[in-house]
Design a protein around this ligand. Sequence first.
Ligand code: PLP
Length: 384
Amino acid sequence: MEPSKTVYLDNAATTPLDPIVIDAMCEVMTNYGNPSATHALGRKSRGVIETSRKKIAGFLHADAKEIVFTSGGTEADNMAIRCSVNDLGVKHIITSPIEHKAVLQTSQDLVSKGLVSIHLVNVDNDASIDYTHLESLASKYPGALISLMHANNEVGTLLDYKKVSRIAKENNCLFHSDTVQTMGHYAFDVSEFGADFLACSAHKLHGPKGVGFLYVNKKLAIKSMMTGGGQESNHRAGTENIIGIVGMTKALELAFTNVKEEQKHMFGLKTYMMEKVVKELPQVQFNGNTSFDGGLYTVLNCSLPPHPNNALLLFQLDLDGVCCSGGSACNSGAATGSHVLNAINHDPNRQAIRFSFGRFSTKEDVDYTIDVLSKLLQPQTVKV
Ligand code: PLP
């Protein structure tokens, strides 16, 4: 049975489409010409795609040719890593144990094929990178690919990308950053960021699922991972997802235009929720860096003390209409614990819950969630 009320605080897993994005996509839905066709209908579609590419490049202060459309963040991460190894001579990957599986499993796959070695940089208990260790790994393996995410998707801790970029340049390394959780949530300038690859997924910023892009520094000559077509200037075979690309462009436009207001709105909600949690739920701790400068303002990961209801807490929250996650969405149904929480020495007797905010989240959502949680966490309240 559907709960009578739904509160959506799982925006790091995915976000609802913005109605303005839906309108933009509807406008191009009848535009069926294949963008690779030379006739008028094909040229019309090609025009839509190239206008989108230029707009996205403009938001990032990049060149249009540096934007390669993909099916989302997983493909963008795969492309950055696999192309670095296949086309750019990378033999070592320096990454961290708290990256998304799109980075970790891709790197492991290349290790299992004997193509690269992987070196994990230490992280501390708030999920920040040990930059001294990074520096020593980079100087030991010059020319490596450094792959470190801009914000951790489970606990939100932000990367000091300027430091990483400096270390990468000093050691002739390539730098890939999974910016799936941050693109559109902060202003981006590719030269200021200093990475060679940046990954984006539209569904994390009120755009459609199944579309994203990889920013690829124009100095790098990569080839398509897939065979079967010369689309995307030979960087990605397959007919482009025009409707998705238009939706993503509109989603990015909305996000970048209102970035300051959105930061204020969502960081306000995060702070409000933290205050309520501290007041109303005893002994809760927060995972990751929760400051504005050190942590992603859309994510709040709470660590609850042992309680008889903990094992079924997500299920019980769900019954009351609250959508949130145990770790990342990909992990919430998994039998094993979160690799991120394990790597930051999270106490296994505590229950971690990730709440994540979006454009449409409200204070009422927070109030309702805290009410439900307080009831569930009263001593010995077993509901099922
Ligand atoms: N990287 C990070 C940090 C993510 O949070 C996600 C989605 O959960 C992905 C990559 C994968 O993106 P997509 O769902 O577009 O494949």
